[in-house]
Unconditional design. Structure first.
Length: 379
């Protein structure tokens, strides 16, 4: 049997999943694969498409199919089933790589991989600990569980998040943990005395409100890049104080420029299954000041300062330490840059290629061995 080389991959253009999918698709195409990248949800921005246009082996298909968290009742499921199955047949896909859950139930002819980047239940548990998840999400949760059970394999970007998915949804198959990778910037500009953060300001998970609360007490100015208005109804809009300079939605190269210039990158996230922006900031030589959550601990212990994301004093102390202590800040910058080198895009693509091959050889079985946790093979 010849190895698989035609991949259908779904993505959205709202957050980090786009960066993950576009980068992985590009690397796979460079390794001889043919990738049909299907966008769902809000349309990608022009600059997003331009970064991956005209790549040999890569076909981009944009749709207006609803993202599952924006369609909790599943009203768009019949249309999505019809559209994606027709695209898969046209692409003659050997592997279906879904960056969502429910579409795994569509009965594709090829083996299906689900990659769990996020879900409403884990978001809710992290962000709204004081109350149970709203009953209106029950249909969504059943679809997530059904998608995990229907998939021939599933993976998550950290062992911590994989373990949460296994404990919460109890899928029939064990999950794989494959850390994400990015193309690493080769240089960065001279560091400037400011703190940078990036993320959707409207998303409670990003916890920008905490940064806004303590910003007036900081020695250095704070810049934040990201959307201020939600694209769906899940999160509540978040406002920033006057001490925070809101840069709005920036093209990706401009975000990287800010990271190259910033001395400190801060993420006060309550919830982050991986955190590609943290990885990009580390690769740009920022000192990392991160919330003390399991995924960040898994990825960045020894290369970041950690703080309690629900304690303003803890964040203030961490940022003061990084800003006022030149030796500590330099050490953190060097440690972050060194750790970022472990997150090779090529290595991540190799892990996915191994998993694709195992799925192709033994479809619809549990015989494929786990792909090792990234930390075990590349740290």
């Amino acid at each position: 049997m010849s190895p698989p080389h035609r991949i259908l991959m779904t993505t959205d253009a709202v957050g980090g999943v786009w960066t993950y999918a576009a980068s992985l698709a590009l690397m796979l195409c460079r390794r001889g694969y043919e990738v049909t990248l299907v966008t769902m949800g809000p349309q990608p921005r022009v600059e997003q498409i331009e970064t991956i246009a005209n790549v040999p082996g890569l076909i981009i298909e944009t749709t207006d199919l609803a993202l599952e968290w924006m369609d909790p009742d599943g009203a768009d499921l019949p249309r999505a089933r019809d559209v994606l199955r027709r695209v898969a047949e046209r692409a003659r896909a050997d592997i279906i790589h879904l960056n969502s859950f429910r579409e795994a139930t569509f009965g594709f002819a090829a083996p299906v991989l689900v990659v769990a980047h996020s879900c409403v239940a884990s978001w809710w548990e992290a962000c709204r600990q004081d109350r149970a998840i709203d009953p209106s999400w029950q249909h969504y949760l059943r679809n997530v569980a059904a998608g995990l059970d229907a998939a021939d394999a599933w993976a998550a970007p950290t062992a911590a998040y994989r373990n949460w998915i296994e404990a919460s949804y109890q899928p029939r198959r064990c999950g794989h943990a494959i850390w994400n990778g990015i193309p690493l910037p080769s240089v960065w500009t001279r560091k400037q005395p400011f703190i940078f953060a990036a993320g959707r300001l409207w998303d409670e998970a990003k916890n920008v409100a905490l940064l806004s609360q303590i910003a007036p007490a900081l020695d250095w100015p704070v810049r934040v890049a990201g959307a201020t208005l939600p694209v769906g109804g899940l999160a509540r809009a978040s406002s920033a104080s006057e001490a925070v300079v809101q840069l709005g939605v920036l093209p990706h190269p401009q975000v990287i420029w800010q990271m190259r210039a910033a001395s400190i990158f801060v993420s006060p996230a309550l919830y982050e299954p991986f955190g590609l922006t943290v990885l990009e900031a580390a690769a740009c030589g920022c000192a990392l000041v991160l919330s003390d959550i399991p995924t960040f601990r898994e990825l960045w212990v020894g290369a970041a300062l950690f703080f309690d994301p629900r304690d303003p004093a803890s964040l203030t102390e961490a940022l003061h330490s990084a800003g006022r202590n030149d030796a500590l800040r330099t050490r953190l910058q060097e440690a972050a840059r060194e750790r970022a080198c472990c997150f090779s895009l090529d290595a991540a693509a190799k892990d996915y290629r191994r998993l694709y091959l195992a799925m192709h050889v033994s479809p619809h079985t549990d015989s494929a061995a786990r792909v090792p946790v990234f930390a075990e093979v590349r740290a």
